[in-house]
Design a protein around this ligand. Structure first.
Ligand SMILES: C[S@@+](CC[C@H](N)C(=O)[O-])C[C@H]1O[C@@H](n2cnc3c(N)ncnc32)[C@H](O)[C@@H]1O
Length: 206
């Protein structure tokens, strides 16, 4: 993973585009984000035959990482046309595969993936309450019916005020276990305030 990250970081530094959101800068830093290490350590042990779908693919960095691990059936969706274009260009450069990222808004009809990935993302457009936010996560899961769901959320232990993360998107381990009560749930801390701008937790729901 370190070897690929070095190539990706170099690509990102030399292919900068104006008007990129701030969060894209983390893929040009000297070390990969924590959720990358956790995700790749787990995925390393999975069969590379598994199909992967990412919700909110951004500039394609996670999909590129997953492809670099040996998974070839890898696709995603990104609602921002400019970002989807950057993601596709990046994956084409590294893996000679076009149209990996669909420009659309999830949920949409997709072939059932084995692995569903939703990381480094908090989507709450038109959602005013915690229950509706949780319902959306459940809907995202039900729409894909994956074997493995990697879901990163802002943790309820994070009490500082951030406009980008209203209180109702901050979930506890109990919230996730209750939402997916017929599933097995494991979790890992990814970001930790004040070292990072918030505290987040990556869940593996199977
Ligand atoms: C913070 S970025 C994270 C990108 C990527 N997952 C990563 O870890 O780098 C979240 C992305 O999700 C996209 N997004 C938000 N809601 C979406 C939806 N319902 N369908 C598709 N993309 C969405 C946003 O446009 C944004 O690019």
């Amino acid at each position: 993973m370190e070897k690929f990250y070095a190539l990706l970081k170099n690509y990102n530094k030399t292919n900068t585009s104006e008007n990129l959101p701030d969060w894209t800068k983390i893929f040009s830093e000297s070390t990969p984000p924590v959720y990358w290490n956790i995700l790749s350590n787990i995925l390393c042990n999975y069969s590379k035959e598994n199909s992967v779908f990412e919700i909110g693919a951004g500039t394609g960095d996670i999909l590129a990482l997953i492809r670099s691990l040996g998974f070839t059936n890898v696709t995603g969706v990104e609602c921002d046309a400019h970002l989807a274009q950057i993601a596709n260009k990046k994956i084409e450069y590294f893996f000679q595969k076009s149209n990996t990222v669909i420009h659309d808004r999830y949920p949409l009809a997709i072939p059932r993936p084995n692995i569903l990935v939703q990381v480094n993302c908090v989507y709450f457009e038109n959602i005013p309450t915690k229950q509706e936010y949780i319902n959306q996560l459940k809907l995202f899961h039900q729409n894909a019916m994956p074997d493995f769901y990697f879901l990163e959320v802002v943790d309820s232990s994070c009490k500082e005020h951030f406009k980008a993360f209203p209180d109702f998107v901050r979930l506890s381990q109990e919230d996730i276990k209750a939402a997916f009560k017929d599933k097995s749930v494991e979790s890992f801390t990814t970001y930790q305030f004040p070292r990072n701008t918030s505290t987040k937790r990556l869940y593996l729901i199977t």
